[in-house]
Design a protein around this ligand. Sequence first.
Ligand code: FAD
Length: 265
Amino acid sequence: GAAEVWKEFDKSKVYMVDLESGLHYLLRVELASHQTLEGEELKTFKDFVTVIAKLFPGRPSVVKLLETLLEWLVSLPLERIPYDAILDLVNNKMRISGMFLSDRLQWVGCQGSRPELRGYPCSLWTLFHTLTVQAAHRPDALANTGLEEDPLAVLQTMRRYIGTFFGCQECGRHFEEMAKESLSQVRSLDQAVLWLWSKHNQVNSRLTGALSEDSRFPKAQWPTPDLCPACHEERDGLHVWNEDRVLSFLKRHYAGPNISPKYAS
Ligand code: FAD
């Protein structure tokens, strides 16, 4: 197709279009490779929808759509749900009542210099950082869902989502290895925010120079000093992170007021 026009953006912000396009891709494209959901897959999908319905800091029409999807999933007595039924709900039934998830994919902070670069995987990281930060800001948000009281709820849901549905299976394997190794050490909602940050940096460093790297967006340890100078320190001539500063930075960067509505239709 025709090359899209480059959209100027500010890398110190998070863009709602990226988050919404990520949800669009996830619900309408990624899930479509599963004809029916049942058993563990269905449980994983339900927990994922619970987490986004309760924590996604989105526009009212999108939050309403997620809440309706959740109510529907919870109330269904079925043990297997055909994917077509989920798609029909997301595409048709909800649209009638004004709940709406954009029907086109648009990347802004996640745009790549070629269509096969960045995009969805970038939005998925962005979504999960946003969700861990929301959970830390609103510890009661998951009350009465069966996921409350567990500081790992968001990360475990992400882990299961990535392992079950994420199209990049190699990514899923790598993520599972990291989770197995250290996820159980996470004891608080703040530690969950930092765990995801540190694992994402581990992935960044592994992927430096890989084919999937967009030369316009070279892999780097994040946040770079221009975004957060105070996050970086030197001890005995070596670079070290100031994790308190990193935590405050993440809790501001991925919070509602830093999510820009620019380009959102
Ligand atoms: P991304 O790494 O996607 O990051 C998106 C945005 O998040 C960045 O632009 C930046 O603003 C912010 N960010 C960057 N680092 C951090 C951090 N440490 N903490 C918080 N925010 C940060 N690709 C592979 O080729 N092999 C893999 O094994 C692999 N594993 C993956 C595992 C998971 C769970 C996911 C979601 C993706 C994986 N990918 C893997 C894809 C890869 O990590 C990138 O998403 C992809 O290469 C696009 O990179 P990007 O430049 O858009 O930045």
